[in-house]
Design a protein around this ligand. Structure first.
Ligand SMILES: O=c1ccn([C@@H]2O[C@H](COP(=O)(O)O)[C@@H](O)[C@H]2O)c(=O)[nH]1
Length: 234
């Protein structure tokens, strides 16, 4: 079993004041923050750089385009100095190879971000996959994409908690598995489809869990973050 599972707090907001308040919760507990499309598009690149300063950032922009465009976009992200960044595995092996080359070329060797490939979004179920012409199970598709992405140079994968144990078994303990789709027991799943609780994701072997609304929409976000960290350490 993976000994330590870290918590990453997803700052999904358009409001810099709100983002800073949530980031301070992560600062106080020594956790990483995730900046995604909502914040980046609403607040702009300079604001992302400001929020990232002095912090460990998971920059989750899920790049998905032709190889040259993805490589150039990654070069443009260097000023943020992210600890992790994402591309979509569905972009294919040439795109991931180009992303790998760009990370190696544009980031200093002592502060290269972990390059993560998003496999199948946690908001998709078997039926959604069928509607885009994928007839195998999410588990099979995640493994197929995961193996391809790692062979093309990704350092780790984003997957749902439903696939973690199987990926650990198939891919070993060294691969970084970052896991959104986390909900507290009996809570609504919102738009997520493949979910578990924090402790189940930990026991399955997640390196990191990504949690947004269960913390940011809690009555006491700081208290909820502490509760999850306590559960992960317990
Ligand atoms: O497959 C994926 C990939 C990324 N995410 C991101 O994680 C958080 C989850 O937020 P919640 O509010 O806890 O649902 C969000 O920022 C997504 O962009 C994901 O959910 N699934």
């Amino acid at each position: 079993m993976i000994k330590n599972t870290g918590l990453i707090l997803a700052l999904d907001t358009k409001d810099p004041v709100q983002a800073e308040q949530w980031a301070k919760i992560a600062d106080a507990t020594g956790q990483m923050i995730k900046i995604g499309m909502e914040y980046t598009y609403a607040c702009g690149f300079d604001e992302v750089c400001r929020l990232a300063q002095g912090r460990k950032i998971f920059l989750d922009l899920k790049l998905h385009d032709i190889p040259n465009t993805v490589a150039s976009a990654i070069a443009s992200l260097a000023p943020v100095k992210p600890a992790m960044l994402t591309v979509h595995a569905l972009g294919g092996q040439d795109m991931i190879r180009a992303a790998r080359r760009s990370v190696d070329e544009h980031f200093p060797s002592d502060s290269k971000p972990i390059l993560l490939a998003v496999t199948i979004l946690t908001s998709m179920n078997q039926e959604n996959l069928g509607s885009i012409g994928i007839s195998v199970s999410p588990l099979e598709q995640v493994l197929l994409l995961g193996k391809m992405a790692l062979a093309a140079g990704a350092d780790g994968l984003v997957c749902s908690p439903h696939e973690v144990a199987y990926l650990r078994e198939q891919l070993g303990d060294d691969v970084v598995l970052v896991v959104p789709g986390i909900r507290m027991a009996d809570a609504a799943a919102d738009d997520q489809q493949r979910v578990t609780t924090p402790i189940q994701a930990h026991q399955a072997g997640a390196s990191w869990i990504v949690v947004g609304r269960p913390i940011t929409r809690a009555e006491n976000p700081a208290g909820m973050a502490k509760q999850i960290i306590h559960e992960l350490q317990g």
